[in-house]
Design a protein around this ligand. Sequence first.
Ligand SMILES: Cc1cc2nc3c(=O)[nH]c(=O)nc-3n(C[C@H](O)[C@H](O)[C@H](O)COP(=O)(O)OP(=O)(O)OC[C@H]3O[C@@H](n4cnc5c(N)ncnc54)[C@H](O)[C@@H]3O)c2cc1C
Length: 470
Amino acid sequence: MAGILSAIKLTEAGFTDVTVYEKADRLGGTWRENTYPGIACDVPSHLYSYSFHLNPDWSHPFSPGQEIQAYLEQVARDHHVEGLIHFGEEITTCAWNDRRWHLDTVTGHQNVADFVIAATGVLHHPNYPEIKGLNTFVGSVFHSSRWDHGVAIDDARVGIIGTGSTAVQLVSAVVDRAKTLSLFQRTAQWIMPQENPAYRAEERADWSRNPGKLQHLHQTLSELFTSFANGIVNAESPEMAMIADLCRQNLETKVTDPELRERLRPNYRAACKRLVISPNFYESMQRDNAELVTDPIDHIEAGGIRTGDGRLHALDVMVLATGFKVDAFMRPMSVIGRDGRDLAQVWSDRPNAYLSISIPEFPNFAMINGPNGPVGNFSLIEVAELQFGYIMQLVDRVHSGQCREISATQSATDQFESERVTAAAKTIWSTGCRSWYLDDRGIPATWPWSFDRFCAEMERPKLEAFELRP
Ligand SMILES: Cc1cc2nc3c(=O)[nH]c(=O)nc-3n(C[C@H](O)[C@H](O)[C@H](O)COP(=O)(O)OP(=O)(O)OC[C@H]3O[C@@H](n4cnc5c(N)ncnc54)[C@H](O)[C@@H]3O)c2cc1C
């Protein structure tokens, strides 16, 4: 998504020497890799679209992953950037030498660039749980982002480990097909109710004929999500109270068995973890063949999962819906900045960057969806477009000859990080839950201010925060 965006915008701006490196054999990133049953966008599709390429044909308000994949491929085709992509070329090293970036790929190709944009994703490296005996299981086991379509789910005894957005989508998609479905829950989730009826053909035809209406819909959704994102950074905001009410009502009204209801009730505040949205998770968990397992997993053995109470949950298929290593970013790619400075060392405690975009002493290098940026229940396409607009202004400084090297100063980066950490303590993500937003210190690794502030910050780089070398 971010690589295609960059290629389109750079080409439109007249850059003729743009290369996109993609280690896989197909574009799409997240949407290429995550093909599990039930995968769908959980922000509205008309918002999860490039602002310059809206799509009248989304089938649902929250469309399936395969449609998003097809959309990204269509956008790349329509904007003629497919030819810029070198597939099967993983960048292994990116080193600043003689005032330019020297790139090495896994196949032995080399290239030299004046400016590098790392659009390598954030939910990209699967997180495999460390559970004793995992490799002794004789059935099929795979991570949700590595779905094995050769494995039969129909009439199988399926176990899902994890309760994030992926697990919730999976439960609803698999429960009617599996013989039994066991959901292994470490932490209960607040679930926001969701309506997702297919769009009617007339609605889609109308958007097709009237691009202004489609633009208006995109704008309305953007404003709605901006107000939501503004509210979420303040744990005491009315938006948070409203979300908490909706989630509580959803649980109270949809789960009829009081014992199950209590086991599904989180013991932390709604939106402390990334909000999970589902039209039918609770209904699915009340099907006769579904079981919520809350006894902790003790170990895995040949026949299935043994929980702490001594019970063996016999399984044919085990799905690890255990998320991603969210602090890897472009690593394991080796990035060597000015004077041999190794990013692996600079980030040895944890990743960090000025405004999540620029790293001191790594000139002419910028990240989209980099560390501590806005993540949450809003469109990362919108975020990437704003970040790209900012990065383009850095590229322009170099391209127009105002400087040859540009990177954030250490003092601006340190000050930003210190203010960010202070602000993060006041957000809903700091109110006492364990989540992938939290870093090793328990501090949310996210943009902790309003979305309005993020938009304002992305409008124009403050040049005093940058070192420009002639
Ligand atoms: C299951 C799931 C559901 C999601 N749902 C939503 C949602 O509803 N709304 C939302 O806003 N976001 C959602 N996200 C987040 C999603 O990741 C982003 O929206 C978006 O797709 C990220 O795009 P990206 O281009 O930044 O990164 P990615 O899609 O991760 O793409 C990065 C690309 O870089 C390539 N790459 C990485 N390293 C190298 C290298 N060294 N050399 C060459 N190529 C490399 C990868 O192969 C990949 O193709 C979801 C994520 C997941 C996993």
